[in-house]
Write a protein that binds this ligand. Structure first.
Ligand code: SPV
Ligand code: MG
Length: 437
């Protein structure tokens, strides 16, 4: 009996996959390698079903004899272990990011005279095609809310980018690059609804002046046209009773997390540092607010993240760690965000080292606006699980808009501004008429 191997990354069974398995079965004894959640997450969206559920489905399909874990993107390890006579795959991997994996398969099989068999992937039935259809579902609150926790369970570190309106939401949703060095793609995992940027786009200061109803309008505009999980900047959370109500609203809408900072009084943006009065709340009073938020949740999906401002307010590292202990006690907070405006990032790195030693598994959020020489890799290896790019789309838009305005003023017409403007034709077709692709 010939040995046949095929890797499967799909979340669901469709005719393209059945076609591959049927081909396998016609060639010999079939081993399916189901890709792990972690591997899939390196090059496409995190699967809705976890590995165990997908393994159960695929091991029950007619024609499948054995099932193994495919825990690397490269198939080489499993091929060397199984030494199959055939590898069967859809022909959709000849181009794009998977082509290097394909080449390695051919080289490996050549060692014992194995053969690669490629099955045509019928247009419209590949999982990518179905994924387009499923975007409607992913955008729905119940599907979207839990996706942040799911991402955190399969990726050591995720990124979130500021989105402040429907248009910047679309940019965060669709920004995508194929990375050259490995067979993976890069996308932002989540969206950050910044109080600073939501306020600034309205011409308002970041002092909790833009009320919750207006902030929610922004969230809804973004949700309507995107599917990625949303982290909401909840400022100080306001009064405990208001926080309880607002948490309910956010959870019901399908937001994945709220971050509340342990400040009180007239909130000032953290990046002012101690040049403005930054009053930290009593940690026990703030912990009560966190617990009150937790007490009204209806799902296990929504996360309440406590933001510690000790490094911003000049209270120091030990105060920050003491506060983390209080906020995490009895599960009041699901995660911690630590903020700093120090340019070298030394205080953040020191905090992360101590935090990780005490809480190996509690998700940690950082916002590297000031210490932006540190790379995602460096922050992740120091212990960060969520990296937020908090304001960069607003900051990129402002100088561009300013330049266009000045160019038109200077020239008494708009012709000279054309090179820095999106062509009108593209503006007209930028937004699809039917949302969610
Ligand atoms: C925001 O983006 O509104 C934040 C992060 O809260 S910071 O502006 O750095 O305080
Ligand atoms: Mg803010």
């Amino acid at each position: 009996m010939k040995r046949v191997y095929t890797p499967i990354a799909s979340d669901f069974v469709h005719t393209g996959i059945l076609n591959v398995i049927r081909t396998c079965a016609s060639l010999g004894e079939v081993t399916v390698g189901v890709l792990t959640d972690e591997v899939i997450a390196t090059y496409k969206r995190v699967p809705m079903l976890d590995w165990e559920a997908r393994a159960e489905i695929f091991s029950n399909i007619k024609g499948v004899d054995h099932l193994v874990k495919q825990d690397t993107l490269s198939l080489k390890g499993n091929l060397l272990a199984l030494r199959p006579d055939y590898v069967v795959h859809g022909d959709d991997w000849r181009t794009g990011i998977q082509s290097s994996i394909r080449q390695e398969v051919e080289e490996t099989l050549a060692q014992w005279g194995g053969e690669l068999i490629e099955v045509p992937y019928t247009i419209g039935v590949s999982s990518t095609g179905l994924e387009e259809e499923l975007r409607q579902v992913w955008g729905a609150p119940d599907s979207r809310r839990g996706r942040l926790r799911r991402l955190l369970s399969v990726k050591p570190c995720i990124t979130a980018m500021e989105a402040s309106n429907g248009l910047s939401g679309l940019i965060v949703e669709n920004a995508h690059i194929d990375s050259n060095d490995s067979a993976s793609v890069k996308e932002f995992d989540a969206m950050w609804i910044s109080s600073l940027c939501d306020s600034a786009f309205k011409g308002k200061p970041d002092i909790e002046l833009v009320d919750f109803t207006s902030r929610i309008r922004t969230v809804e505009d973004i949700m309507e046209v995107t599917t990625k999980p949303i982290i909401f900047d909840g400022d100080t959370g306001g009064r405990k009773e208001h926080f309880m109500s607002n948490v309910r609203t956010l959870e019901r809408l399908g937001v994945s997390a709220v971050i509340v900072e342990d400040k009180t009084g007239l909130k000032q943006n953290s990046l002012f540092g101690t040049s403005r009065v930054q009053t930290q709340d009593d940690p026990h009073v703030f912990a009560e607010k966190l617990a009150a938020g937790k007490s009204v949740l209806r799902t296990k999906e929504f996360m309440i993240i406590a933001r510690i401002e000790s490094l911003i307010a000049g209270a120091g590292l030990e105060d920050a760690l003491d506060r983390a202990r209080i906020y995490l006690d009895e599960g009041r907070a699901d995660a911690i965000m630590i903020h700093s405006k120090s340019k070298d990032g030394d205080d953040i790195l020191e905090f992360m080292g101590k935090f990780r030693a005490e809480w190996p598994d509690v998700p940690l959020v950082v916002v590297p606006t000031a210490y932006n020489h540190l790379t995602e890799k460096e922050l992740a290896s120091a212990g960060a699980n969520i990296i937020i790019y908090a304001n960069h789309l607003l900051r990129a838009a402002y100088p561009a808009m300013q330049q266009a305005a000045l160019t038109i003023l200077e020239n008494g017409r708009s012709l000279e501004a054309d090179p820095i403007c999106l062509p009108l034709k593209e503006v007209l077709t930028l937004i699809p008429e039917v949302p969610h692709g």
